[in-house]
Design a binder for this molecule. Structure first.
Ligand SMILES: [Zn+2]
Ligand SMILES: [Zn+2]
Length: 383
């Protein structure tokens, strides 16, 4: 079938909105009508060619929600009509990482995600001239429809507007998962969040849910700091003025229990290390371009300080995503708050530009107005 999609033909060129050919789902796959998709920093990195060679032409988009339209042979657990959120690591449940309880590190999913294929190593997407297209992180949801592995379409289980559910499969799972699974933040512990964009704001909300205190948000953008305060941050520090590290140390009585780096930059990773109290660990969530190294004062390993990575929330998305939807329906986790812009598929390049400039929090691309249920100008929204 033909679908409209946002295609990256070459890195550092604008995405082209065009019709592409999408093949039907094979065994173990589903066809999803995409309602809405979030524009994430990883899309920007891919668009800039910062994640390595050979990753184009590609249909980008890996955070989104929609409704299942068709299922391939052998699919159980979802049926046509089910609302789902995408999961870009469709765990195989059989590899070494999956058997060790680390499905976010699933080996075949990681491999095929890098190659831009689905789990059988092939693509369902072609340009109209027949050129094979890669699937962005096994999802490719900057398109009207997407074919994904069944584990890449997680049933929501509850009723939540799809323009908000679109955020779940990357930003929310990553941010809240880092707090719960990677750092295991406990009530009363102090937290510093460096970088308050689409993912960092979910780290702030996760820390608030965990009962952390204080929660110190650091960013260079005043609007994002304002959002962080609304999501439970107790202090906001403008990183563009003065020495943010010194101010975090002063506010936390000599260092925090947990620092989260969500900017993907050498200097902010170092800042996350510098604001730790002895015995504490920094969690790096931010995605840095290939070739970025971090330098640490090694003498400080003597004080039991640690630094670790976190990919996709370090948990089990199939289990945690419906749980997060539950928190949304209980009113304990607000998703709409982090959305600074709503747009259509044509607006995706502007959204990538804003991310590049560090402006705004999350842009949601609405692909199907009726399904997404997003506010419009007439209903008090901003689109
Ligand atoms: Zn993402
Ligand atoms: Zn696996």
């Amino acid at each position: 079938m033909r679908v409209r999609a946002a295609v990256l033909h070459e890195p550092r060129t604008p995405l082209v909105i065009e019709d592409v050919e999408l093949d039907p789902p094979k065994a173990g796959e589903v066809l999803v009508r995409v309602a809405a998709a979030g524009v994430c920093h990883s899309d920007l990195h891919l668009a800039q060619g910062a994640l390595g060679e050979g990753r184009w032409p590609i249909v980008l988009g890996h955070e989104g929600a929609g409704v299942v339209e068709e299922v391939g042979d052998g699919v159980t657990g979802v049926e046509p009509g089910d609302p789902i959120a995408f999961c870009f690591v469709p765990a195989c449940r059989e590899c070494r990482a999956c058997r060790a309880g680390r499905p976010s590190l699933c080996e075949p999913a990681g491999l095929h995600g890098m190659r831009g294929t689905l789990m059988d190593g092939t693509s369902r997407l072609r340009l109209l001239d027949g050129t094979v297209l890669q699937h962005g992180l096994m999802t490719a949801c900057f398109a009207e429809r997407a074919v994904v592995a069944v584990a890449g379409a997680v049933p929501l289980g509850y009723d939540v507007p799809l323009w908000q559910a679109a955020l779940l499969g990357c930003g929310v799972v990553t941010g809240v998962g880092a707090v719960r699974n990677a750092a295991r933040v406990c009530a009363g512990e102090s937290v510093c969040v460096i970088g308050c964009g689409g993912v960092g704001l979910h780290v702030v909300a996760g820390a608030h849910l965990a009962g952390a205190e204080p929660i110190i948000a650091v960013d260079r953008d005043a609007a994002k700091l304002e959002l962080a305060l609304r999501r439970g941050a107790t202090h906001a520090i403008d990183a563009s003025a003065g020495d943010p590290g010194r101010r975090v140390l002063a506010l936390s009585g000599g260092g925090v229990d947990h620092a989260f780096e969500v900017a993907g930059r050498r200097e902010t990773m170092r800042l996350a290390w510098d604001v730790l109290r002895p015995g504490a660990t920094a969690v790096v969530i931010g995605l840095a371009p290939r070739g970025v190294d971090v330098c640490l004062p090694a003498i400080e390993f003597l004080s039991d300080k640690g630094i670790k990575g976190c990919y996709y929330g370090s948990g089990d998305v199939a289990v945690e995503l419906p749980e997060l939807v539950g928190l949304v329906t209980e009113g304990r986790l607000d998703l709409g708050q982090v959305v600074s812009h709503l747009t259509d598929l044509e607006g995706v390049n502007d959204a990538l530009e804003r991310l590049h400039r560090g402006e705004g929090a999350r842009t949601i691309v609405v692909l199907d107005d009726a399904l997404a249920g997003a506010p419009t100008l007439e209903t008090g929204g901003f689109r």
